[in-house]
Design a protein around this ligand. Structure first.
Ligand code: UDP
Ligand code: MG
Length: 314
């Protein structure tokens, strides 16, 4: 029978964990009883360096029921790394992994459909939000423009899919072969290429606590998403450079004509073009810098996480 591991990243989630754990265990137990998954299945909470009592709660849960497991990272490494750490640990035991958020925004009743798709041969099943009615208008519009921007840069992602996803053992093993430090799971998983499918679900409101994804973290994720999958921004700079050269050629001719006709008076024009070009150059430098900086990080190939403690009845 297939062993299923839920992988749940948790960062300061003491408000939601008691409820989340209850709901997940009920789900898992019903699946075990229905003969869908093995009794050796686990709910793996990954504590991403929380500063509240999250790890204490996870330890208590593990004492109460062997279906609860825990992984404690040495410090906060961010959502993507927490998921990756959980998957890399789970794959040692699990045939199926399902990653989902700790705040129950992902409808856990969709899990049955996930497993169904898996049994029909999918190695990756993407949870896709059917509606975003519960998100704030701000979250909705920023998230939507995030997908639009990625699309514009030609990056293959599954629309309205966050990291609620089933992966088979071999899909996770393939994922482990990607060694990049700047991790953007939603872009990498489609690159694995095994058979995949999608399951629609309704996204709920976070029922307690606050979002651990402020605008700054979202922006970082977006920039990571673009720069780690596309060099289009650099091409755009080249294109802009060619365009600017063309314009300056025209201005040059125009200046010559004016100089011959009326004598030279182009101070304003010079000032304007000076600022314009300096601005363009700085932006260009910044974009190139983003890539150079990322290459710098990647060449160091620093470890993405360290596991401090594990709690698991194997
Ligand atoms: N998370 C994490 N590390 C972080 C930030 C968030 O493990 O540095 C987890 C968090 O506990 C939650 C999931 O990532 O389980 C998604 O975060 P959140 O619900 O705050 O994001 P939102 O739904 O608001 O985008
Ligand atoms: Mg959330």
């Amino acid at each position: 029978m297939d062993i299923l591991y839920f992988v749940v990243p948790c960062y300061n989630e003491q408000e939601v964990l008691p409820e989340t754990s209850k709901r997940l265990l009920a789900k898992l137990q019903s699946m075990i009883q229905a003969g869908q998954v093995s009794d050796n299945s686990r709910i793996l909470f990954v504590d991403d360096g929380s500063k509240d009592t999250t790890w204490q709660i996870i330890s208590d849960l593990h004492q109460q029921d062997p279906h609860y497991s825990g992984l404690k990272l040495s410090r906060n490494k961010g959502h993507q790394n927490a998921v990756l750490a959980g998957l890399s640990y789970a794959v040692k035991f699990a045939d199926i992994t399902i990653s989902l958020d700790a705040d129950l925004q992902d409808d856990i009743d969709a899990v049955d459909k996930f497993v169904e798709q898996y049994k029909q041969g999918s190695d990756v099943v993407y949870g896709v939000r059917s509606a975003r009615t519960t998100d704030t208008a701000f979250k909705r519009s920023t998230a939507q423009s995030f997908y639009k921007i990625l699309e514009a840069f030609g990056i293959e992602i599954v629309y309205n899919h966050a990291d609620y996803r089933l992966m088979s053992r071999r899909a996770v093993e393939a994922l482990m072969d990607f060694k990049e430090v700047n991790l953007f799971l939603r872009g990498i998983v489609p690159l694995i290429g095994f058979k995949s499918s999608t399951v629609q679900y309704e996204r709920h409101e976070r029922f307690a606590g606050t979002s651990k994804y402020p605008l700054k973290k979202m922006l970082n994720l977006a920039i990571d998403g673009v720069t780690s999958f596309s060099i289009k921004p650099i091409r755009m700079i080249t294109a802009a450079g060619v365009g600017v050269l063309g314009v300056s050629a025209i201005i040059f001719v125009w200046m010559l004509v004016n100089a011959i006709r009326y004598g030279l008076s182009t101070v304003l024009l010079t000032l304007f073009s000076l600022w314009l070009l300096a601005g363009l150059l700085l932006v260009a430098l910044g974009v190139v810098g983003e890539y150079v900086g990322r290459m710098y990080m990647e060449t160091k190939a620093r470890p993405r996480f360290f596991i401090d403690q594990t709690l698991n009845k194997e």
